[in-house]
Design a protein around this ligand. Structure first.
Ligand code: ACO
Length: 328
């Protein structure tokens, strides 16, 4: 008998209704398509249509429904929902419970996970551990954010980087017999360090400036240095731990913050860009949404083939970061 492991059996993503190009932004703030594209690789981002009732829950549910359908599981098979987000509709009721309710996952326990942009990677790390331990057999992991709610449109350097988005994966129990062939999560590494200098922060309430409360601020250059160094190290750590060489990796799926961060990580690790999945041009930085959106897009396009090795890495506010190796 093989060992008890976990694998991803379904993926899906939700589409925010509004597409906003760099030229659209240039009508609203002092920026240009050329500036944004050359520094970040971003051409457009999507925003949920808050005015017409689209929310983080709507796009999370859309992604989760697709993932569930792909898995072939019954909604009653799901015993846990992990919703990874820094922008839930409200602090309470928790976001995972909203998703559970819409999807009719009547037997599922629920937990929100906030590790900022690394949320989904942390969620997969937890789901893998919960499945391996025997506590759960089928877990829905959702990752997504609606950063438009915390963007400061007076900070042109930061607001152009982000979009809204969410995706989902179903993590299920599997029996591992042949580690070189069978689909499974090989392992994951997660890390954190307090961002003492508030390089990436949502500002605390300031009674003197009520209109400026709860807005995202970022020291882009510092975050750039942290993100590139930490993601590269996390990738090296998991490959060393799992005795996998860079040549064996079929796909690298990095957090989609900025093309220059992605290229720098690939350069540190000597990965050719052909092996690195990039969609930041279409989505911008969707925070906890980037990784599940990538996996769902790749799966839908048929890019992920059984037996391939996928290296996922992420970095986010906190700071939080990590890596995960998946045999697809
Ligand atoms: N449009 C036009 N001009 C702009 C804009 C804009 N949107 N924003 C800034 N500028 C101008 C500045 O005013 C400045 O002009 P000046 O030289 O006349 O003063 C010039 O562009 C350069 O500004 P900098 O702030 O120094 O820009 P920099 O070259 O550092 O690039 C950027 C900024 C793209 C944000 C870069 O620092 C970066 O990529 N950082 C990483 C940020 C990131 O992606 N973070 C998220 C990763 S982790 C996560 O997802 C949680």
């Amino acid at each position: 008998m093989g060992s008890r492991r976990s694998k991803i059996v379904g993926t899906g993503l939700g589409y925010p209704a509004r597409i906003v190009t760099n030229d659209d932004l240039a009508k609203k703030i002092d920026t240009s398509d050329e500036w944004i594209r050359s520094r970040t690789g971003i051409a457009q981002r999507r925003f949920v249509d808050l005015e017409n009732g689209q929310t983080i829950t709507s796009i999370a549910v859309e992604g989760a429904e697709k993932a569930l359908k792909m898995s072939g599981l019954d909604p009653l098979d799901i015993s846990f929902v992990l919703c990874c987000t820094a922008t839930p509709e409200e602090w309470m009721p928790i976001e995972a419970a909203r998703i559970k309710d819409v999807l009719g996952l009547e037997r599922a326990a629920c937990l929100d996970v906030n590790a900022a942009c690394s949320g989904f990677l942390y969620g997969l790390h937890l789901a893998d551990a919960l499945v391996k331990s025997g506590a759960h057999a089928h877990i829905l992991v959702v990752g997504g954010d609606v950063f438009q709610r915390i963007l400061n449109w007076e900070d042109r350097t930061t607001c152009v980087l982000f979009g809204d988005g969410a995706g989902a994966a179903i993590v299920s129990v599997t029996e591992l017999n042949d580690p070189k062939k069978d689909s499974h999560i090989l392992g994951s590494r997660v890390y954190a360090a307090l961002d003492r200098d508030n390089n990436l922060t949502v500002t605390k309430k300031d009674p003197e400036f009520p209109a400026r409360t709860q807005l995202l601020t970022m020291n882009g250059r510092e975050v750039f240095k942290w993100a590139t160094k930490c993601m590269a190290q996390a990738c090296m750590d998991i490959m060393t731990e799992q005795k996998i060489s860079p040549e064996e990796i079929d796909w690298v799926v990095p957090h989609q913050a900025n093309i220059r961060i992605i290229e720098k990580v690939a350069e540190f690790l000597n990965f050719p860009m052909e092996k690195v999945y990039v969609n930041v041009d279409q989505w911008g930085n969707t925070s906890a949404g980037t990784i599940p959106i990538c996996l769902a897009e790749m799966n839908d396009k048929g890019l992920l083939k059984k037996g391939q090795l996928i290296l996922v890495t992420s970095f986010g506010g906190g700071f939080t970061w990590g890596s995960i190796l998946i045999r697809w």
